[in-house]
Design a protein. Sequence first.
Length: 552
Amino acid sequence: MSLTLDKLNDDVIFCILLFLHDTSRHSLVSVLSVNKALHSVAVPVVHRSCVLDFALDQHESTVQRIQSWLKERSFILPFIRNLTVKGSYIPQWSAAGPTEKWGAIIQLLSQIPTGGLRSFTFCFHQQLPIILLDALHQHHPLAHLHVQNWTRISRDAPCGDPAELALANSPSLRSLHAKFSRSSDGRRDFSDAAFYRIVKLSPNLKAVSQTSSYFPSCVRSMPSMEERQAREKEVQSFAVDVPRRKGIKSLEMDSFSVGTLRDLCSFLDLGSLRNLDIKLTFHHINSDLNTAFTTFLASCGPLESLSIELGTSQSWDLILSAIRLHHSSSLSTLSLHQSESRTLQSMRVCLTLDELANICHSCPQLISLGIDIDRTAGKEKESAYYTILSRFFHLRTLKIYMDTGAVYSYALHLVSRMSKEEEVDLRSKADSYPFIDKEFALNVWDMVSKRDLHWVWEDSQGITRSSHLHELVLYMGNQVLTRGMGGYDTTSKAQQVTVRRSERDDRPAELDVNVINRLEECYKREQESLISLSNYTMKERQQRWKGLGERS
């Protein structure tokens, strides 16, 4: 007898929709328009994870949305489990008090039943206010706090800021993410010291992420000896004599040194670490750092995810040995990437074919892999890589970082030192690196997904199954463009192309291809920002830019 939807009670449908909520949220939203019965059950499930957007053009509507929930004593409040608030600097807030700024969110926290909220994510580009942290502690002491885009009141604020101290000692804090904007303007900056003070003091922190981007400045100043000594003394004031030892599960950092590694080992229980994402940006990695890092890898528990980016030319031998010896059986995600160089003397080192084959044999549980492949005019070298990649049995996501031929484009600036034959040969090589298009991406997809034809097996129940590549991402050039005095760096020809299987069950053979030009995307965002600012008075614009400057 077939079981139809109208024969299922609401509790069963609710459980089905909860599963849909965790796997495909956009499909869950589509359920709202099916019929009245499904709509009534789906509405509270949709609000299980709420995102409140306080961006410039969303602020008023978001406040009205919260007020409508509170006014009507909305039945969805008991169903809210995960609450995220995000936004940017609001000019009207410059003269407003804390209660006026955050009153709507505080009221919402007070009306969600105690014990119902599981996580609260703060994703504003400004400091987490004490009044909001106190409200979370009072009404939902067991909820996990996640701080995205952690920000100081100012870069040069001295040690002892009350909001930073409150956050550092919060029992709710579980994850802390910060992205620092660094420049050469000579201003005092204690962001790193303040960030790691919170990391060391926090009692229950489980995930740490610290990344940075560099922006050249037209103002360059060298501090005097007295100024450097004063800054060093201020940095020392952020030191923690007795850090709270903790088991971090996820760690992301983009600046490593021997001292950093030793400092982390002094208060982190590396046995609990499962996800490690690091970037070594040094021009030359010496033997001491190499030894310290491989020792660090050996001290970690069985890693499930490992991502390493090198900003220099270096063989992967030692790192691969540590991976195979300590983490090969546990890894499900692995990414090994080196930045592209513009000089022949420091060209990146890609994995050899033998090294890639060894990863295939020693890491059988990989479902996500990221590697570098340098392109050639005849494409013979790439084809050999694609053949090995097609043998990764369980691979679902593949990311390939391709070069742009920047070494040849940059060398064209030196044509005055070359013979005519050398110049013609160089231009020929530079022209062999065109932008990636849909046809190129589909050709790569065909070669790396050939295993779909023969990787077929029967499971224990006799059901025929096959291993399918789900997503291919091709990166060309540096994906994080920085804007200097002369505009964006265009030499990278930054692109991203994604090939993904259709998520529709009735179209499993169809592919969706999305091509993104990073340079055009950056200019588009700038234009959107300028358009949004045009809606404000000159005074409000000045207040906004002042706020952005304080947080940069």
